[in-house]
Design a protein around this ligand. Structure first.
Ligand code: NAP
Length: 217
């Protein structure tokens, strides 16, 4: 049996690094990308030229699972009266929304070469319209857009046999989540890996938590 190939964006630290380790432990081929090239595959998800170069590097290699994990939370603690500058909106959307779209677009031919390929988009509980406690406007809006992107890609890619799931990874102890967060990266990664295994064309378009609960939209 050929080894399954997983591509993970932002795999040099945090949840992405734990996912890469988890899949390697399970015998998968893993291509983890990083902006600094430290993981062996260099990719800034916001850069179309870098996406094209990465797709060329992957030439001839099928991708069974693409995990769009790279993300930023730039507006933590911003003030409504004088914070949330336009540049912060632009950079956050470039990473958390455009970056997801460009990654999917670049990897699409590679996903089509695999049998039963899947895409996992790491969004957040902060994407929810139903659970909207206020604040962090940029991050919330960008993660809501990533959720919307995943829901629409699920429809369009169903005919190609590619399932798309959108996930809240938990509140995780990383540089982004902080030291007071509820779970560690290994627990988050183990839960997510189970969710990605369960993803199918029947459940495509789902929005789920790392521990298998349907998330409110
Ligand atoms: N931690 C949480 O509690 C939590 C909760 C909900 C959702 N999430 C989501 O989970 C994902 C991973 O978060 P994390 O906690 O592991 O964050 P993290 O520790 O801050 O790591 C973020 C990763 O994304 C990469 N990245 C940022 N901008 C990028 C770009 N333009 N191109 C390529 N890679 C880029 C970073 O690379 P560099 O090292 O180069 O910066 C890093 O590898 C994110 O999408 C985040 O929004 C996290």
């Amino acid at each position: 049996m050929t080894q399954k190939h997983v591509v993970i964006t932002g795999a040099n630290r945090g949840i992405g690094a734990a996912l890469a380790e988890g899949y390697r432990d399970q015998g998968y081929q893993v291509t983890g990308t990083s902006r600094d090239g430290s993981t062996g595959a260099r990719l800034d998800v916001t850069d179309p030229a870098a996406q094209a170069a990465f797709a060329s590097e992957m030439a001839g290699r099928a991708v069974d699972l693409l995990i769009c994990n790279a993300g930023i939370y730039a507006d933590k603690g911003q003030s409504l009266s004088d914070g949330y500058p336009a540049e912060m909106w632009a950079q956050s959307f470039a990473t958390n929304v455009t970056g997801v779209f460009l990654s999917v677009q670049a990897m699409l031919p590679h996903l089509q070469s695999a049998e039963g390929a899947k895409i996992a988009i790491i969004s957040s509980q902060m994407a929810s319209d139903e659970l909207a406690p206020g604040g962090s406007y940029i991050y919330r809006a960008s993660k809501a857009a990533a959720l919307n992107l995943g829901r629409n890609l699920a429809v369009d890619l169903k005919g190609l046999g590619i399932a798309v799931g959108i996930y809240h990874p938990g509140w995780v102890r990383t540089d982004m989540g902080g030291g007071a967060a509820e779970i560690g990266v290994d627990q988050a990664a183990a839960g997510l890996i189970e969710r990605f295994a369960a993803l199918s064309l029947d459940s495509s378009g789902c929005f789920e938590t790392w521990d298998g609960r349907a998330h409110p939209f």
